[in-house]
Design a protein around this ligand. Structure first.
Ligand SMILES: [Zn+2]
Length: 344
């Protein structure tokens, strides 16, 4: 392992860097400054990587947000012959048309699953080339032999196009949120659908609280120092696999605060520089992953207090990764992209 390599060459300033306060290096001096051109170069490379949207994002769907407030949106959508219906269960399974390459099932209005759906459980997803996509809550099983099946998104994603993966992720995220917000969090009364399904409002006249789709921001950070990256593994990960460091943003924290805190809590390593990379919706159930590249000093003594969330962590070289000595997160994850954009 390349764990926690120590050293003391930088004296008092390093001691400052170990604490929770601001790092005391100033521009033009110290190891952090010496490495800034390196992270800037990496950033230029990242710009090329960011040209392609992360998995589950970059949908070509027009979300039609201005139509959500129109009282007749559902009648209008039903009347249009080109409207297609996407089906999801309360557990977040999405109806797919199975095949060598799967697709999100786009049902016509006469389909039994569409006819069976509650009016209150129709959600306007948007439109593609002017044809609306409406999410409905599953009220039955598809007929056997039709090739349709409710599927978990994660294992199915490899056989979906990027656009269908984004559509399925959108449907899954909304379906899970609505299933978990059936009652008011303030008074406990049932909620009812508003704004084409994108708001759930408490039905108690004395309360009327409104609830919006839940998104939980989480930072994910690739920490590097020269040719080495700081990676960790949680219990339960496949043998030999390591990942970037991640954690949820807490109240009254900026993304930068959260990134610095998570790295420090999980590994005892003080982040010196941070650069935002890109983000990825991750509807399992409701995360938005916000990816960063970070610089740290591999030789600095780590803070001794770590939270024990990781089973193991350490500094790994590019060669450790490219040679297959360790495995990293699979393609399609922002963790993989962060590492790939650094390895080059
Ligand atoms: Zn209420």
């Amino acid at each position: 392992m390349h764990r926690r390599r120590g050293g003391s060459a930088h004296g008092q300033r390093r001691e400052a860097a170990r604490g929770l306060g601001p790092v005391l290096w100033t521009a033009g001096e110290g190891p952090a400054a010496a490495r800034i051109p390196r992270i800037c170069n990496a950033h230029a490379h990242m710009d090329q990587q960011r040209a392609a949207p992360n998995l589950f994002s970059g949908s070509n769907l027009d979300r039609l947000a201005t139509e959500r407030g129109e009282p007749g949106w559902l009648e209008s959508a039903r009347a249009a012959g080109d409207t297609r219906y996407v089906v999801a269960t309360r557990g977040g399974l999405v109806l797919l048309a199975a095949g060598e390459s799967s697709t999100v099932a786009l049902l016509e209005r006469e389909h039994p699953l569409v006819l069976a759906a509650d009016t209150d459980a129709h959600i306007l997803l948007g439109a593609i080339d002017g044809a609306r996509r409406v999410l409905i809550e599953a009220q039955g099983e598809p007929h056997p032999g039709t090739g349709l099946a409710y599927c978990e998104l994660r294992p199915a994603v490899a056989s979906l196009s990027a656009q269908d993966a984004a559509l399925a992720a959108y449907a899954r995220g909304l379906a899970l949120w609505r299933a978990r917000q059936r009652h008011c969090g303030v008074c406990g009364a049932p909620t009812a659908s508003l704004r084409a399904g994108h708001v759930l409002q408490c039905t108690s006249p004395a309360c009327r609280s409104e609830f919006f789709p839940r998104i939980d921001p989480a930072v994910i950070v690739l920490v590097t120092d020269g040719d080495y990256a700081l990676l960790g593994r949680q219990p339960g990960m496949p043998p030999g696999r390591y990942s970037t460091l991640a954690g949820f943003v807490e109240p009254a924290e900026s993304l930068e605060d959260a990134a610095r805190r998570e790295v420090l809590e999980e590994t005892g390593v003080q982040v010196l520089e941070l650069i935002y990379h890109s983000s990825q919706p991750w509807p399992f159930p409701s995360q938005l992953m916000l990816g960063f590249h970070a610089l740290a000093d591999r030789a600095a003594p780590p803070c001794p207090d770590v939270d024990g969330e990781l089973e193991e962590f350490g500094w790994f070289s590019r060669r450790d990764i490219t040679s297959g000595a360790i495995r990293v997160s699979p393609p399609g994850t922002i963790s993989h992209l962060l590492i790939a954009s650094w390895v080059g």
